[in-house]
Design a protein around this ligand. Structure first.
Ligand code: IPE
Ligand code: IPE
Ligand code: MG
Length: 241
């Protein structure tokens, strides 16, 4: 039975794989980039909806380390959209008391985009509402590889003792250091795979897949996912009494 919204447990951290922009556009006879544009509008709305629902952390997958394989035209259009939204996001984040953080390897982006990312993070760092995490040029394996490199360097510099490394130490070297693991992963457009997303962090997240294409995603879809989450029995490897 459906519960009233105020009876639902709101997951602290929701991770999203926003997928299906290309298919959304194709269905309408539009170029793939039109799907990405509409997808950005949906991201904006979702940030506001999630913050109002009381979600504390929302992490969205915007561009993967594998997405560079797409045509130069599509990658170029995505970079242009990213440029534009970095500016818009600054306004939206300020208006909604949202703190923005980017994860992924930003060094591969153009100078002005890197500056835009740094500015967005710095100027929203003291906001106390939801934390909106954007994964760009992000890959779970790349993140873990960079963390390992960093740990080896710190060990060589005498700052880290290999014998005392715990799971917490590893987590502290990831891009998501300080951010709790996602409680709920939502993937749109029906694909049932992780596509290199948050491989370490999703170890015990509940997974919800919807056929809804990302540009069509909305507050009702988000609530449906939260309702499903409320029906899950999270055991974390333990046994029921
Ligand atoms: C998700 O939509 C956005 C990005 C990966 C940048 P897609 O572009 O993957 O859309 P489909 O999967 O081709 O429909
Ligand atoms: C995952 O979607 C990456 C992002 C949403 C940014 P993809 O569309 O790239 O994933 P695959 O290729 O279907 O696995
Ligand atoms: Mg896709």
């Amino acid at each position: 039975m459906e519960k009233a919204l105020d009876e639902l447990i709101i997951p602290q951290h929701v991770a999203l794989i926003l997928d299906g922009n290309g298919r959304w556009a194709k269905k309408r006879g539009l170029p793939r980039t039109a799907g990405h544009k509409q997808g950005c509008v949906t991201v904006e709305k979702t940030v506001e909806d999630a913050a109002r629902l009381g979600i504390r952390y929302l992490t969205v997958y915007g561009f993967s380390t594998e997405n560079w394989k797409r045509s130069a035209e599509e990658v170029g259009a995505l970079m242009q959209l990213f440029r534009y939204y970095l500016k818009r996001l600054l306004k939206i984040a300020k208006a909604n008391n949202v703190r923005v953080k980017m994860i992924g390897d930003r060094t591969r982006f153009d100078r002005d985009i890197i500056e835009g990312i740094n500015r967005l993070e710095n100027e929203t760092a003291d906001n106390t509402g939801m934390t909106f995490v954007i994964a760009v040029n992000y890959g779970g394996r790349d993140e873990i590889t960079r963390a390992v490199r960093h740990m080896i360097k710190d060990a060589a510099d005498g700052k880290l003792d290999g014998e005392s490394v715990t799971e917490q130490t590893v987590a502290s070297y990831l891009d998501t250091a300080g951010i709790p693991d996602p409680d709920l992963l939502i993937r749109t457009s029906g694909e049932i795979r992780l596509s290199n997303y948050l491989l370490w962090q999703l170890a015990y997240s509940e997974i919800y897949i919807t056929d809804c294409l990302w540009p069509d995603f909305n507050r009702d879809e988000l609530i449906k996912a939260i309702e499903q989450y409320n029906n899950r029995d999270r055991r974390f490897g333990g046994a029921k009494a």
